[in-house]
Design a protein around this ligand. Sequence first.
Ligand SMILES: NC(=O)c1ccc[n+]([C@@H]2O[C@H](COP(=O)([O-])OP(=O)(O)OC[C@H]3O[C@@H](n4cnc5c(N)ncnc54)[C@H](OP(=O)(O)O)[C@@H]3O)[C@@H](O)[C@H]2O)c1
Length: 386
Amino acid sequence: YQACVILSNTCLHASYSTDVRPIKKPSLTALRRGTGGRSSFNGVVATVFGASGFLGRYVCNRLGKTGSQVIVPYRGDHYDVLRLKLVGDLGQVLFLPYHLKDDTSIRKALKYSNVVINLVGRDWETKNFTFTDVHIDGARRLARLAREAGVEKFIHPLILSKGSQCLISKYWGEQAVREEFPDAVIFKPGVIYGQEDRFLRKITRDNVFRSYTYLWRRQLRALPLWRKGEETIKQPVYVADVAAAIMSAVKDPDSAGKTYQAVGPKRYQLSELADWFYRIMRRADKQGYFRYDMRWDPSYLLRIKMSERLLPGWPLGALSAEGLEMEHTTDQLLDGVPTLEDLGVILTTMESQVPWELKPYKAGMYYDEELGEFEEPAPPKEALLL
Ligand SMILES: NC(=O)c1ccc[n+]([C@@H]2O[C@H](COP(=O)([O-])OP(=O)(O)OC[C@H]3O[C@@H](n4cnc5c(N)ncnc54)[C@H](OP(=O)(O)O)[C@@H]3O)[C@@H](O)[C@H]2O)c1
């Protein structure tokens, strides 16, 4: 008889999948499920503006990898962003057309998000968008609408150095974001390198048949640099480190309202880096590579003007006066500002990463070399802290 009572009680109180199970705390974090990985949901719904860019692809991959849902607002052709579909499982990555000056489409893109990452930026002005439109008004609009929508975290990368018009507009963009979203997390990266960057590949790539645009950056075998690159100090940071730091900032509640400078572990003269890249590519000696001061080459300055005039929307080889000015601006570190290491990122050294990045551009790429046949390229010398 007792066994019958226990059995009937169990059956009465059992809950079946058809039962309604109200969520007591209807927050996104309460909906977490899965054990991690691209098919799980970790409670983060992130809208990534500027996801189609260089850094955007890494950030979206990191988000998807840890089970975040990613909203990708895009402009132009949807095929440009379609490959981001693979960063998460089915239904985890959603695309939405938007316009940077249109409040309604932006509101729609961040309506259900608790994290917004603004990676929108451009190194040159176009017919439709000035630096002010993109870096100040656009950033302000995104920050204001994110705050109005109740977004918990707004992440905004800027640029470390100051100087050119683009960098000045980035500075005012920071003020605008801080006014609209005081708790925004701001990153100030130095130059970022990695696959598809605009630093390593702009300086080094020289396969005429693969891409004429990079030949446009150079003067045949010579590399024009401002004051031969000897007065510019760079502290390049690896793109995956910046993406990892952005992920840590998303998760870390202490990051709210902070500014981080995103730089690599070492500082180098630009001239040292350029020479090293060409040594790695085995083009330094045999192919007659040399650097010269671009200030004394009027034909090169004319080329920059032509490049901007011919294709103002996307200058040939991304060669613009603004871009070159940024390339030759020293990365100035700020005292007392936390770095990526404060977010728990172990920084990648250029010595360990760059040889791999430049491998496809080596002279005699398919040559089956003997062990020790070629001398190991000497690493670049570190610069004194300037
Ligand atoms: N790469 C670096 O070395 C570096 C260093 C320091 C800071 N940063 C900053 O980090 C952020 C991301 O850099 P990134 O290298 O990934 O840049 P990127 O490759 O040039 O990508 C920029 C993104 O912004 C979007 N965008 C540009 N103008 C826009 C407009 N008017 N309306 C809507 N979208 C627009 C682009 O969309 P489309 O694809 O549609 O053009 C693209 O998705 C930028 O703010 C940049 O200034 C970069």
